[in-house]
Ligand binder design. Structure first.
Ligand SMILES: [Zn+2]
Ligand SMILES: [Zn+2]
Length: 367
């Protein structure tokens, strides 16, 4: 009998159970084994937990933002990843084929033959599991994508590579925020805050962030990350306020990051300047949204959808974390142990009275 490792398995909506798995035995073609230090939680974990996303992969081990230490890896995997046992790495969600035309063009997020994902679908080939980050250890498939992270940063901070990666990619790479840009960020969740930070690091001019009245703490945090103006949308009109701040001109770039709400999309089109860019990343539960496409035409806008994060986004986010230039510890609000994943997700979802969560992480060693 080999050793066993523990992982949290989701079996249905709001149903999680701790299970034991045989500890994967890593052969020469099997990639490696990662000891999880921390795994972040985001809005999509909340949706998966509630059962709003596809159930076709259940039962599965969720947790798609894993950070950990290489426990062991085959020589071939070490050479390919440029790591050795003992290194700390951040793991990307997707396990692509690395061979199809889209992979070779750098668009591996749309890989035609994806092998699986960490925290989602399970690889069928060389799949030793568990895969999701809510576990003591995970198997790293030979095709898993890893990023080295400096070892001396607290795990709860280092694991922010995922939300920060979204901030960098959505604001800077897709939004094209640069020196002097005026930016409106709709939504002050962890990704909104990450976008503030990325926009500030990229040299943005004026950064404006919106939130609800109950987001007062997050808007305060936005200020400390470099936002110039915050708007409580329950007390002020977003578009009017943006016009005021920009001398009637509108902003260069708008990031729409609010979940489920329609009005922010219409606000985005109104608040952006003529010829500006609007990045959409706030999911609306597949509902149609009513808006005037004439505004897009008459203002010659570029409207772009932003899906997930890519390698460049992650690696630049990790450099930002390692720079120590931002008070990231202020964003981390909650740490939970592996046996508290349900509570952790409910805390991030705002279902736990009195808890105002921004960034929540599972740390298997905690509790
Ligand atoms: Zn996530
Ligand atoms: Zn591919």
């Amino acid at each position: 009998m080999g050793e066993v490792i523990r992982a949290v398995v989701q079996t249905g909506p709001r149903q999680l159970e701790m299970r034991e798995f045989p500890r994967p035995v890593i052969g020469p073609d099997d990639g490696g084994l990662l000891r999880i230090e921390a795994c972040g939680i985001c809005g999509s974990d909340v949706e998966t937990y509630k059962g709003h996303l596809s159930q076709q992969w259940l039962p599965m081990v969720p947790g798609h933002e894993p950070l950990g230490i290489i426990e062991e890896a085959s020589d071939a995997a070490c050479a390919r990843w440029g790591v050795k046992p003992g290194d700390r790495v951040a793991v990307e969600i997707l396990i692509p084929c690395r061979s199809c035309d889209l992979c070779l063009a750098g668009r591996y997020m749309s890989c035609r033959n994806r092998i699986g994902s960490h925290g989602g679908s399970q690889p069928t080939s060389r799949g030793l599991g568990p895969w999701g980050g809510f576990a003591e250890y995970i198997h790293l498939h030979p095709n898993s994508i890893l990023h080295k992270v400096r070892g001396d940063i607290p795990a709860e901070i280092a694991v922010m590579f995922n939300p920060l990666g979204a901030g960098v990619r959505w604001a800077v790479h897709i939004g094209e925020v640069g020196l002097g840009s005026t930016v409106l960020i709709l939504g002050a969740g962890q990704r909104g805050l990450a976008a503030v930070l990325a926009a500030r690091a990229a040299g943005a001019g004026t950064i404006i962030v919106t939130g609800l009245s109950r987001d007062a703490g997050k808007l305060e945090l936005a200020h400390s990350f470099g936002a110039d103006v915050t708007i409580d949308v329950e007390k002020e009109d977003t578009v009017e306020r943006v016009r005021e701040v920009t001398g009637g001109f509108g902003v260069d770039v708008v990031l729409e990051l609010t979940p489920m709400a329609d009005q922010p999309i219409r606000d985005a089109l109104e608040a952006v300047r003529w010829g500006g860019r609007v990045v959409l990343a706030g999911l609306k539960g597949r509902r149609p949204v009513e808006l005037s496409t004439d505004v897009i035409i008459n203002k010659a806008l570029t409207v772009v959808g932003a899906f997930s994060v890519d390698s460049r986004g992650y690696s630049e986010a990790i450099r930002l974390i390692e720079s120590g230039r931002f008070p990231l510890e202020r964003m981390h609000t909650h740490t939970f142990g592996l046996d508290e994943v349900g509570l952790a997700i409910e805390t991030l979802a705002g279902e736990v009275p009195g808890q105002d969560a921004v960034h929540v992480a599972i740390v298997p060693g905690a509790s």
